[in-house]
Write a protein that binds this ligand. Structure first.
Ligand code: URA
Length: 194
């Protein structure tokens, strides 16, 4: 058999689509792999697909996604110049938090996405992603907007857009966090805006 050699991205996507490593694979409609610019210096990581994402196979396309798009556009970011992925690639039923064992089963896919993207900034959307990528006991209410550098990569977390839909009081702080992200982009990877 011959044909085009699949890229590392194609192979990873196929592995995710075939994955049966946890129970979420039994209830999913689609694997939600990720979207955006594969060599962007900026990676956003959410928690896991919701209903609309499961149906459409793309991250952040429901109500929270609409808000995320608006948040990103404030600082001239979006799906064309960033990459957006999730901790788990299949929808937890009823939009519950992904369980520890589900996060663990999916961890190698996110790690491989990070290895392929080689981002300079990783922005966690909410407490679950921050717990996986920054620190197990990360406290989103106290630590959102703070930066940590590890192995040459800057990490921060902001409130999850779903939390901002529920609680309008958190929006002013998030606006400041976005301004702070804009400053970090200007410092570390202004080329995203070209
Ligand atoms: N919430 C997430 O964390 N990720 C999505 O893709 C959609 C909603």
């Amino acid at each position: 058999m011959s044909g085009p050699v699949p890229s590392a991205w194609d192979l990873l996507r196929r592995r995710c689509e075939d994955c049966r490593a946890c129970g979420l694979s039994e209830t999913r409609t689609n694997v939600v792999f990720g979207v955006g610019k594969q060599d962007s210096p900026i990676l956003f990581v959410g928690e896991g697909p919701g209903q609309q994402e499961d149906l459409q196979g793309e991250p952040f396309v429901g109500a929270a996604g609409k808000l995320l798009d608006e948040m990103l556009s404030i600082i001239d970011l979006g799906r064309d110049n960033c990459y957006i992925a999730n901790v788990v690639k299949c929808r937890p039923p009823g939009n519950r938090d992904p369980r520890e064992e589900e996060q663990a089963a999916c961890a190698e896919y996110l790690q491989e996405q990070i290895r392929l993207i080689q981002p300079k900034l990783i922005i966690c959307l909410g407490r679950i992603a921050a717990g996986v990528l920054i620190r197990r006991d990360f406290r989103i209410t106290r630590e959102h907007g703070k930066w940590t550098k590890r192995d040459g990569v800057w990490y921060t977390a902001i409130y999850h857009p779903s939390a901002l839909l529920r609680d309008l009081n958190r929006r002013p702080e998030t606006f400041l966090d976005l301004m702070n992200i804009r400053d970090k982009v200007r410092e570390v990877c202004p080329e995203v805006w070209n």
